[in-house]
Design a protein around this ligand. Structure first.
Ligand code: RP5
Length: 181
């Protein structure tokens, strides 16, 4: 599971380091076992040149760390949080309840279940506390959604997203053409 070279890891102390200039995207996950999935979001951000930090923050095993991370992220300069978890996947929703930032939830498949449990745990939020939930294991879309959110204030990212979508379209059309000839 080699990670992209510009990964910025967030040490424990940085969760409370108010005033520091954090990268715009915080990728957090309930366990290091979620990393193979969550690395997909990191890869997307890397390809768009968006800096990020990567951290294990467990709602159940390190609840105080989760509270500290969520309450301080916006003060440190984080703009969007991507939170992945599996099973009783409380992390994205709890973090959303503690931060004013947009939270994108990634349901991670468990070793004994198909991930539907994680999906429902993350998507079924009560009115008032939204989590933008992507499909099971689809951290790629979480990364893309974060880029689109940051594009609200960054015309360069909007341009890159246009290019990305055009490339996607070309790829599909090439495949369709190969099939049809
Ligand atoms: C969740 O429990 C994590 O997000 C992970 O998906 C799942 C299993 O964690 P490990 O037992 O592999 O550490 O909190």
């Amino acid at each position: 599971n080699a990670l992209p070279s510009t990964v910025v890891t967030s040490p424990e102390s940085s969760t409370e380091n108010e005033g520091a200039s954090a990268p715009p995207v915080g990728i957090i996950m309930g366990s290091d076992s979620d990393l193979p999935v969550m690395a997909l979001a990191a890869e997307v951000l890397e390809s768009f040149g968006v800096p990020y930090e990567l951290s294990v923050v467990s709602a159940h095993r390190t609840p105080e760390r989760m509270v500290s991370y969520a309450q301080n992220a916006h003060k440190r300069g984080v703009k969007v949080i991507i939170a992945g978890a599996g099973g009783a996947a409380h992390l994205p929703g709890m973090v959303a309840s503690l931060t004013p930032l947009p939270v994108i939830g990634v349901p991670v498949k468990g070793s004994h279940t198909d991930g539907l449990d994680s999906l429902l745990s993350i998507v079924q939020m009560p009115r008032g506390i939204p989590v933008a939930t992507v499909a099971i294991q689809n951290a790629t879309n979480a990364g893309l959604l974060a880029v689109r959110m940051l594009g609200v204030e960054n015309a360069g990212l909007v341009e890159k997203m246009n290019e990305y979508q055009n490339k996607l379209k070309d790829m599909v059309l090439e495949k369709a053409e190969r099939l049809e000839t």
